[in-house]
Structure formats: structure tokens, C-alpha cells
Design a protein around this ligand. Sequence first.
Ligand code: HMG
Ligand code: MG
Length: 282
Amino acid sequence: MDSVELVEMGPRDGLQNEKTLIPTDRKVALVDTLSGAGFSRIEVASFVSPKWVPQMADSAEVLAGITRAEGVSYMALTPNLKGFERAMEAGADEIAIFGSASEGFSQANINCSIAESLERFLPVVEAALVRKVKVRGYVSCVTDCPYDGRVAPDAVAAVAGELMAMGCYEVSLGDTIGQGTPETIRDMLIAVLDRVPAGRLAGHYHDTGGRALDNIEMSLELGLRVFDAAVGGLGGCPYAPGAKGNVATEKVHDRLTALGLSTGLDQEVLGRAGDMAKAMRG
Ligand code: HMG
Ligand code: MG
């Protein structure tokens, strides 16, 4: 049976948008439950400015509190060198830098242009690679931007290519506001695949428009085998109006299984983690 990897986003992308601060021990319990589900990668922390995203201010405490499972890489977002240093002190296994294919979202999310963001990421990637820490790259707004509208596939390919050239081992393509359709996702992927091979790409599709599963199927046709998802379908980006709802890990698992693809995940544990995540929703 062919396999597909799901990268769990619940503790980070799922929770970052929640307005009410969730106690650290509940986040730790969620991560520990997820660790038993069979994931190889779980994004658990975000070392961004706590003024920008207060919900992620306890990221170091979350990393300190979890019981590390063998074979699981615990990932953290790091927008700059300060975030990188905080992530290393906290013991993150790998980091992720996050850029955008649209200028409007780049400004709203990380307060700089796309070109400036790439300049900022370079020293982060260099510092990580010196320490043999793997770096994942995100590109947001790969089809639509809440500020600039439709995003050109070439703009996505350009940023994805830059992130790969910098040294990212994988680029995750974010449909940040869940407005992509199989058609726009296909056009975007065809452009990106010119620069980055399918084996180095992941699909990160929010489900706001209800098309995430169809978009995953389209991406499978084009060779992608890694997808990001969040248990309980939680989440959204605080700087992307309308971004509510990562595609739910349980739903992706069920669809892939129905397609005859194996995720290696334990459905019962996923269900439990999904219930915990949903109970954290404000
Ligand atoms: P800025 O205000 O331009 O940065 O923010 P600055 O360098 O001028 O610093 C301002 C203040 O923030 C200073 O503190 C810094 O020390 C502090 P002050 O002197 O005012 O007390 N600061 C930090 N503190 C802790 N950790 C840090 C850090 N950096 C600066 N790392 C910045 C620029 C990037 C920091 C800010 O815009 C930010 O934190 N943005 C993060 C926004 C965010 O987290 N968005 C959600 C994640 S992205 C996402 O969800 C999309 C994704 O899921 C894919 C998809 O769906 O598309 C990945
Ligand atoms: Mg996201």
C-alpha cells in the first residue's frame, strides 16, 4: 500500500488563533496524546512575538512539559534569529520559516515585504544548518490572499524556489484562507513543480471553503505525498481574516484510507486528540 505522511499542525496552527489563553498543561496533554498517534512530525510551538500571537507565548513551557516520543520530531516556527535562539534553548527538534507569495499577507503577518522576509530568513537557515537543525519552509497564500486577491502561480514558484535554494528540506504550500480549488491548486503546483520536485513539497490546505480534501486529491495526482492537517479541524491564522479551520487530520486520514493509501496513524488516538482539541475551542 502506498503511504502518505500527515504532519500534525494542531498544537500550533490549530491553537494559535484561539483568543482565550489555553493553560499550558492542556497543550502538553494534547501533544502527548498526538505523540501516540504515529506522527513523525508534530508542530508544537511558535517563537514569534508574544505581542503578535499571545497564545503561543508559552511555547518553551510546552516543549519543556511534553514527554518526547521516540521517532517524533517536534517542530517550531521561527520568524527571525531571535525566534531561532528561543527555539534552540527550548529544545525544538526542527524549525520552520514562513514566507508568503503575496505582498499584502507578508506585511500583515510578519511586517515586511517578501524580499525583506527572504533576507531575514537566510541567517536563520544558516544558523540552523550549522547546528544540523532541519529547516522547513512555508509559503502562504498560494492561490488566494485576503488582502491582494488571486495570487499568480509564478509568484508562489519564485518564493518556493528561494526557500529551497536557501536550504529548506521541504516547502509546505499554504492555502492560508482555504479558497483554493482543485483547478487553482493544480495551476499553482504545475508552476512550483518547475522549480521544486514533488518529493520536497507538502500541501497545507485550510478547509474554509470545504475543498481541502479535493485539493489534496489533486495534489496526490501531481505527486505530493506529504500533507499538513490539524486534529479537530482547529485553527486559522490571526493575520488572515477568514482562515478558520485547518483541514482535520481525522478527515484526511479517512479519505486517504478510502483511496487505499496508508498514513500509519492510529484512528482511535486521532479521534481522542480531536476531541481534546475541539474542547479547547473558544
Ligand atoms: P516586528 O514588530 O516587525 O519586529 O515583528 P521587530 O523586530 O521590530 O520587534 C518588535 C518587538 O518584538 C521587539 O520587542 C522584539 O524584541 C520582539 P520590544 O522591543 O517591542 O519589546 N520580537 C520577538 N519576541 C519574541 N520572539 C521573537 C521576536 N521577534 C521580535 N521571535 C515579527 C516582526 C515577525 C516578529 C512579528 O511580525 C511576528 O511575530 N509575526 C508572527 C505572526 C504569526 O505568528 N502568524 C501566524 C503564523 S504563520 C501561519 O499561520 C501560516 C502557516 O500556517 C501557513 C499557511 O497557512 O499559509 C504557517
Ligand atoms: Mg496555516
